[in-house]
Design a protein around this ligand. Sequence first.
Ligand SMILES: Cc1cc2nc3c(=O)[nH]c(=O)nc-3n(C[C@H](O)[C@H](O)[C@H](O)COP(=O)(O)OP(=O)(O)OC[C@H]3O[C@@H](n4cnc5c(N)ncnc54)[C@H](O)[C@@H]3O)c2cc1C
Length: 374
Amino acid sequence: MRKRSVDTDSFELKVIDVVEETPDARSITVEVPEGAEEQFAYRPGQFLTVAVPSDRTGVAARCYSLSSSPVGDGPLTITVKRTAEGYASNWLCDNVRVGDTLRVLAPSGIFTPASLDADLLLFAAGSGITPVMSIIRAALAGGTGRITVLYANRDERSVIFAAELRRLAAEHPDRLRVVHWLESVQGLPTQEQVRAFAADHLEDDAFVCGPAPFMAMTVAALKELGFPRARRHQEKFISLGGNPFGDLHDVEVAEQEIESAEADPEDAAAAPVPGAEAAAPAAAVRLEVELDDETHAFDDWAPGTTMLDHLEAKGVKAPFSCREGECSACAVRLLEGEVSMRHNDVLDAEDLADGIRLACQAEPVTDVVRASYS
Ligand SMILES: Cc1cc2nc3c(=O)[nH]c(=O)nc-3n(C[C@H](O)[C@H](O)[C@H](O)COP(=O)(O)OP(=O)(O)OC[C@H]3O[C@@H](n4cnc5c(N)ncnc54)[C@H](O)[C@@H]3O)c2cc1C
């Protein structure tokens, strides 16, 4: 075990509504405290990290995507689906009431369209509809493109947002098409069927969120159709291993054993990590980072320190969530130079080849590193 102190900027948000979406899923709406509006400005598809109380560990930190739309200043809503035997999802569904508070980190994440005016091809399965719903709502309210959705569920009872999707599709017949795929009726969707569905949308921006086999199959279909990496976005729903709410106590973090990777080049654990073999530079490194239309430049990034730690030490409010290389909230794109990553559970070989790195895990291996958060 290694021990680590983490400073976080967490917020207590008041719960103002709880809605039972299906027997297994609840939407929880929270109020942003006065003065924190800027921190809670979010993009459709982003998520909150929630501190779920635990007698065992103090906090179980879990990410939940916002299902609400940032267009129009409405309150923030997350939608939580019970995981069989899961701790946090069941705790949230069983315990959270109007008037309670939830401790959260500000919104994060990169599963978000570059433009709301783009034509969007959205694939969701089960709780994967949550960020997709945010994208649909925001694009309809604030954009101009056409939106095509394939939404897979076990059966009719498990369809989250069924009525809302029906209403939106009726209101925007020229812009929104939703195709429901019920396993109870059609069986599991196959790669061939998804390929056929996507074939008329080759120029769209594609977003995929759902259980791992659904995502792997859908991404494989998109690849077969030649969707470039830049127009294929995925959100992996995993449970964080660490605790970014570290101001409660020092955090005991189990050293992660990287599981022996199977030979799947898409698998993050299997992806060769650029820079892994490189020796650390002897002296301090120049770091230039583009974030929110500003460039931050420093000449004293110490080898052995992560990019995120260095930026925070310099007072830069860089995005992060898990700090464990598991969630991609801190993803940057390298513009120059190279870094090595201590741990990577989320970026696949193509992400790495595209220059994407996790700032919370990135240590310098070249004398100059330039990176962008956009
Ligand atoms: C970016 C992102 C967005 C996501 N968005 C959504 C979303 O919109 N909706 C959604 O439903 N899910 C979402 N998820 C998934 C979500 O974060 C959780 O992974 C999911 O809810 C399952 O968590 P769980 O604790 O219920 O289950 P598990 O993680 O499977 O629970 C088991 C784990 O809890 C631990 N545990 C058991 N008992 C305790 C205890 N008493 N105290 C502490 N730990 C305990 C166990 O050791 C085990 O590790 C998202 C995930 C990510 C990464």
